[in-house]
Design a protein around this ligand. Structure first.
Ligand SMILES: C[S@@+](CC[C@H](N)C(=O)[O-])C[C@H]1O[C@@H](n2cnc3c(N)ncnc32)[C@H](O)[C@@H]1O
Length: 370
């Protein structure tokens, strides 16, 4: 019997990803010291097999391009002849064309590909979800992922009065929390199977930090509350139906450091028995780059024009997918455009209140012999 899972159809990034979400480059830059520390702890000179690196949830690979270059340079410094494979992974609907165009420098781009800089470097891509095993048993040296694992395997339920688990309460919140715990264990157990002994993971995942901050909720208005308020007003104006509003729920959950750490706490847990230990865990806030630019140029209309597409890039597919299939495609597009247009107007009216600072957990995980 097949154990393959299906990913919700409506979780997809829009094309031109890294340009719209340039803040993730800063998030990845902040992970570079951890990645270098992890490589330092590994025996990267063991040249009996190729060094294998995965970038899980890579989108178009633009934001991790420089980090992958640094990993390859570091491995090659100790082992100049070692073959290296880089496996980019994402969902089946990801824009792999954009990934290969960047990697092979097909178009002009401000992101410089590393591909031509190295020999014996093999770059592959996989459309398999990180909720499945991605590479053969004990073949992975280093697994990386940034800003991807907050997407749950599937939506456990709708949230009746909000669009995101950060606004859920009671049993609805508990349902999301439980699903996220199962999903986190699934991710870890697959990685445990893939990793060679001594291998490392650096996972940079959205989180809720000790002060309760999370993406779009650091200071000023809460971005997810704003999403919710805008859809609620479209509901009260009769623009969308109650059923559509309820299914706007994003299939995401932001773990706390405690929730990320829980499977490692108990030496008898499946994750511990699989040989994984948590070596490092911290949270970091990375400033919204659009907001930082606004502080320089002071033009509210430009800020709104630049900023709202970054929210749209990752939320639109869920919101569009929640609108009834009985509507014409034109009507669905119009509603989604109206929604982001209304968000843009809010930002323009009161720019000082808006920002999407990134709040991440930076985790290093090691595999020992099991
Ligand atoms: C916000 S983007 C992050 C892209 C890149 N890692 C970065 O940091 O800029 C999230 C990516 O995760 C991918 N993703 C979501 N769920 C996934 C899954 N189950 N397996 C693989 N990729 C997934 C999305 O398709 C998307 O490309």
């Amino acid at each position: 019997m097949s154990t393959r899972i299906s990913q919700p159809d409506n979780v997809a990034m829009k094309g031109g990803y890294w340009l719209a979400t340039k803040g993730t480059m800063d998030v990845i830059a902040a992970a570079a010291p951890l990645v270098m520390d992890a490589l330092d702890c590994m025996d990267t000179e063991a040249a009996d097999s190729p060094f294998c690196l995965t970038d899980m949830g890579c989108a178009d690979g633009g934001s991790s391009m420089h980090l992958v270059r640094k990993v390859v340079q570091t491995v090659r410094r100790g082992s100049p002849d070692r073959e290296i494979s880089v496996v980019y992974t994402d969902q089946p609907r990801n824009n792999y064309n954009a990934l290969f165009r960047l990697l092979h420098s097909v178009d002009e781009s401000s992101v410089q590909s590393y591909f031509e800089e190295f020999q014996r470097l093999y770059v592959l891509a996989s459309g398999t979800s990180f909720y499945e095993q991605l590479v053969p048993n004990r073949s992975l040296d280093f697994g990386f992922s940034c800003t991807a694992m907050h997407w749950l395997h599937s939506k456990p339920s709708d949230i009746s009065e909000h669009v995101h688990a950060v606004g859920a309460t009671g049993d609805e919140l508990l349902t999301f929390k439980r699903q996220a715990a199962v999903d986190w264990e699934t991710i870890l157990l697959h990685r445990a199977a893939e990793l060679k002994d001594g291998g490392r993971l650096v996972l940079v995942n959205f989180c809720r930090d000790a002060e309760g901050r999370h993406l779009g909720n650091t200071t000023g208005v809460n971005m997810f509350d704003t999403f919710n308020q805008l859809w609620c007003s479209m509901l009260s104006e009769g623009e969308i139906t109650q059923a559509e509003y309820v299914s706007m729920t994003l299939p995401q959950y932001y773990n706390t450091l405690e929730e990320f750490g829980a499977p490692f706490e108990d030496s008898g847990s499946a994750v511990s028995r699989a040989g994984l230990t948590l070596e490092h865990a911290q949270t970091k806030v990375v400033e919204c780059p659009f907001r930082a630019e606004f502080a320089q140029h002071g033009d509210a209309a430009q800020f709104a024009r630049d900023y709202v597409p970054t929210l749209r890039s990752w939320s639109e597919s869920t919101f569009h997918g929640a609108l009834s299939a009985s509507r014409s495609e034109e009507d669905r597009r119009r509603l989604v455009d109206d929604f982001y247009g209304a968000y843009r107007a809010l930002v323009e009216d009161n720019p000082a209140q808006h920002r999407m600072d990134y709040v991440h957990a930076y985790l290093t995980i090691a595999k020992s012999s099991s």
